[in-house]
Write a protein that binds this ligand. Sequence first.
Ligand code: TMP
Length: 216
Amino acid sequence: MSDTGLFITVEGCEGVGKSTNISYLESLLSNQGVDVMVTREPGGTALGEDIRNTLLAVRGQRVNPLAELLLIFAARAQHLSEVVEPALASGRWVLCDRFTDATYAYQGGGRGLNTEVIAQLETMVQGERRPDRTILLDVDVSVGLTRARGRGELDRIEQETVHFFERVRETYRERAACEPERFSVIDAGQPLEQVQEVLMQLVQQLLAQSAAGTAL
Ligand code: TMP
C-alpha cells in the first residue's frame, strides 16, 4: 500500500454531473475503507472561497484574463499548502472538483491565454504535484449547458458563449488524448447508472493499484 494518498481530480464542462458523481465516488471509496476528503477549486479554503466568489460574481465589468488566471493560481497555492498536501501526506485520498486541467481548458482554450504561461505558473505553484488520476466527464456542450442553465441563475463564467465552451471541451479532450494513462474519459451523456458502473470499475482499479503501490 502506498503511504501517501491518491490525488484524484474530476473535470468537465458545465452541467456534466460533477457534483452527483463526486458524491457517488466519495461513498464508493468510503465504503471500501478509504479515508477520503472532497474539496474543490477554485475554493477549498477560506481564502480560496473568497477568491471563488470574486471570480464568479457578475459585475458587468470585463475581467482581464490574466487577472483571472492569477487569481485562480493564488487560490490554488493556498489550497495546496493548507489542504491538499497535508491530506495526501497523512495518507488521505483527495477527491478534487476541478484542478489545473480546468485552467488549461478555461483560461487556455476558452480565453485563449498562452499555454506556456499557464505551464510556468503550474510549475511555480505546484512544483511536481500533479493529479494521480483525472476523471473527465464529457458530454455534448449543448446538453451540458441546458442542464446547467436549468439550475437557475448563471455565474460570470456560465454566461460565456457556446463557442467558449466548445473550446473548453476541445482542450479537455486534447489533454486527455495526450495523457491516456492519467485520464479516464467517461461519456456523461449516457444514463447515470452506466456512468456509475464505470466509476465502480475505476475505483476497483485505483484500489488495486494503490494496494500494489504501483504508479498510476
Ligand atoms: P464549478 O466548480 O461549479 O464548475 O465552478 C467553477 C467555475 O470556475 C467553472 O466555470 C470553471 C471555472 N474554473 C476556471 O475557469 N479555471 C480553473 O482553473 C478552475 C479550477 C475553474
